[in-house]
Ligand binder design. Sequence first.
Ligand code: IMP
Ligand code: MG
Length: 180
Amino acid sequence: MPIVRNKKIEVLFSAAEIATRNHSLAEEIALSDLSNLLVISILKGSFVFAADLIRALHDAGLAPEVEFISISSYGVGTTAGDIKLLRDVDTDVKGRDILLIDDILESGNTLRFTRDLMVQRGARKVAVAVLLDKRMRRKSEIEAEFVGFSCPDKFVVGYGMDVGHAFRELPFVGVVTGDA
Ligand code: IMP
Ligand code: MG
């Protein structure tokens, strides 16, 4: 079991499993009806997944534009709080086909807020891709068109996801199980 920052981390999804899944997700996205794609990565948690997925999209024959939006869904700790737009996209989304990329779909508040914002601004289509789906935690009505894996009801870290700003660098998704 990997040990990082003196904590034992149980691996839930390995780097190899994620890489394989990213390529099949990209094939699914390439087969969908999205055209002239604008990908929007929701920071910070999705930056690693987005970086890998856009390269898998290239391998699948797509040439997306890439944008970033920064949304904060948590107040303090790990309890979902208010949604805040911290940094907006620079691109006009009117008439565009958008793929929102996030790390986890949990309550759905973050993606619901972001999707509604793009629809209000006149996007032609808005689809959602997430690495992980915690369906049992849903509060807002939203589903992702593209889901990497369904996630157990555990707080996960790694592959861009953090607890208290730690563990984003892990190449896998895991759960902190205790002190080493
Ligand atoms: P939602 O708004 O409740 O759907 O929350 C989604 C956001 O919360 C994601 O973009 C993540 O950044 C964060 N999040 C939710 N669950 C986890 C987790 O288990 N580990 C790390 N971040 C999480
Ligand atoms: Mg996030």
